[in-house]
Design a protein around this ligand. Structure first.
Ligand code: FES
Length: 107
């Protein structure tokens, strides 16, 4: 596996459309979402007021809603698509190999 990636989960552990929290060894807190045959990784910290996005839910295709004030983000690129958030959340590279999910640190 390329440098910077670490194994964080098995694909089979992730329920479709259910956010899942993991921490990288670098202390980066990640929200994983399995959706439509892919796995996406964004920062688990809402850009509005630091609430964990893994405590929110998917409300439409590729869109996760923060459970605190309802901001929405696209899990494919981390961009904010609904107020009150205006800033994106970090997006992480994901690879799936042999049923394992690998995420690359942004540090
Ligand atoms: S903390 Fe997420 S919308 Fe406010």
């Amino acid at each position: 596996m390329d440098a910077g990636f670490e194994r964080v989960a098995l694909v089979d552990e992730l329920d479709e459309g259910v956010p899942f929290s993991i921490d990288l060894s670098t202390d980066e807190q990640i929200c994983l979402v399995r959706f439509n045959g892919e796995v996406y990784a964004i920062s688990n910290t809402c850009s509005h007021a630091d609430f964990p996005l893994s405590d929110g839910e998917m409300v439409e295709d590729y869109i996760i809603e923060c459970g605190l004030h309802g901001a929405q983000f696209d899990v494919r690129d981390g961009r904010a698509v609904e107020l009150p958030a205006t800033e994106p959340v970090a997006c992480y590279d994901v690879k799936i190999e042999g049923g394992e999910v690998w995420v690359r640190s942004n540090v």
